[in-house]
Ligand binder design. Sequence first.
Ligand code: SDX
Length: 428
Amino acid sequence: MSDKATLEINGEKYEFPIKIGTENEVAIDIKSLRGSTNGVITIDPGYKNTGSCESAITFLDGEKGILRYRGYSIEELAEKADFLEVVYLLIFGELPTQDQLDKFESDIKERSMVDDDVKKILDAFPKSAHPMGVLSSLTSALTAFYPSSVDVNSEDDMYNAIVRILAKFPILVAWTMRKKHGLPLEYGDDNLGYVENVLKMMFKKPSSDYEQNPILVNALDKLLILHADHEQNCSTSTVRIAGSSHAGLFVSLASGISALWGPLHGGANQAVLEMLEAIKQDGGDTKKYMAKAKDKNDPFRLMGFGHRVYKNFDPRAKIIKKAADEVLNDLGVEDPILDIAKGLEKEALEDPYFVDRKLYPNVDFYSGIIYRAMGIPVEMFTVMFALGRLPGWIAQWREMRMRNEPIGRPRQLYIGATHRPFKSIEKR
Ligand code: SDX
C-alpha cells in the first residue's frame, strides 16, 4: 500500500498522506487539501465516506458484522462482563481490576444524589412531554447545579465530572419515567449494584419494597452493554462536535440525547414497537408493510432495519434476538409481537429489495420487545438507549478533549444566488 494518494485537478497533481489504522483501515489525510489547491474541498452529505477523527475506543466492521470495545468483542463482553466493567473499559481503556472497579463504584455511589431543585424543573413539564425531551433538558440543567466546567488538563477534575454524571443520569432516567406516570420520585439504594439501582428507582412502588428479579437485572445489564458505544454514530458525533467548542460535558451529552431521539437513530426502537403493534392491529399483515417499505412514494420505512455501516447482520441484533427469546421464556411472557418481528425478519431477508440493499435487522429491531416484557413503557425505550450509550458518549467526549481536537466546523459548497444589488420594495 503506497503511503500517498494522488489527486489530479485541472492537470495539477496533489499528493496526500495515507494513514493506516490498527485494523488496516485506510484513510486519506486531506488536512492540506484546501490550502494546497487554492480552495478545493470535498463534499460528502451524511459523511458516508468521511472520517471525523482517529479513535481508539470502538472498532466495527460493517461488512463482517464485527463490533469491539477497546479490542474486546461485543459477544464476549455481553456474555462475561457487567455493565459497570464495560463503562470503565470504554472510558479508561482497560478492563478494571477488582480494586479499580470497587473504587469506581463507590465514587459513583458517593454522588448518587440530585439537587432537590431539579425536581422543580421536572414538575414544570406536562405529563405528555416525551421523556427524551425531559431527559435532555434535565441533563443540560445539571450544569446549573454543578457548574464546575471540566478542566480537561486535570485528571481529578475529569474523573469527578465522569463519576458525577454516571451517578446522576440513572436518577434522571428514573425520575423522567416516574413523573410521566404520576409516581413519587425515588432514589436508589447504595447497597445495590448499578443496574439493580436503575430498576429499583424506576419500578419501586410507594407502598412496598422492591424485589429484584435477576432475569430483569441480567437482561438490562446486557442491553446496556450492547448499546454502550458505536464509534462515530449520529449522536456521538453530536456530542463530539458540541464538546469541540469546549462546551461542558453535561451540555454536550444533552445535545447527544437530542440527536439520539430521532426515529432514524435511537428513536427507532420506539418506532419498531409502534410498527409491530400496527401490523398486529392489521391482523399481522406483514406483506402490506413490506410493500409500504419498498414503495418509494411512501415515506414508511421498515423500522429497525438497515444501517449506515452494517451491510451484514448487526452483531448486537443477533444477541438481542436470542436474549428476547430467553427473557420472554424466563418471564413466562407470551408476546405475539415477537412472532410478528421474526416473521417480518424472515420475509425481509428473502426479499430482493432488502437483500440487494443489504438491509438487515439492527440493534433497535428486537430491543423494544425485551423492554416491553420488562414492563418499560414504549416512550421510555429511547431513554434506555441513552442510558446504555452514556459511557460511550463520555469516552468519546473525553478522548476528543484529551487529544485537544480542533473545533468542528465543516465547509460547504455554496449553490445559492450570486451577488445582486438590493431591490427596494416597490420594485420587487
Ligand atoms: C441506530 O450509526 C449507528 O451506529 C447508529 C446505531 C448506534 O448504535 O448508534 O447503530 C443506532 O441508529 C440504528 C438505526 C436505527 N434506525 C432505523 O432502524 C430506521 C430505519 N432505517 C433507515 O432509516 C436507514 O437504514 C438508516 C437511517 C439506518 C441508514 O440510512 P442510510 O445509511 O442513509 O441509508 P439510505 O437511507 O441511503 O438507504 C439506502 C437504500 C435506500 O433505497 P434506494 O434509494 O437505494 O432505493 O436503502 C433503503 C433506502 O430507501 N432503505 C430502506 C430502509 N433503510 C434503508 N428501505 C426501507 N426500510 C428501511 N428501513
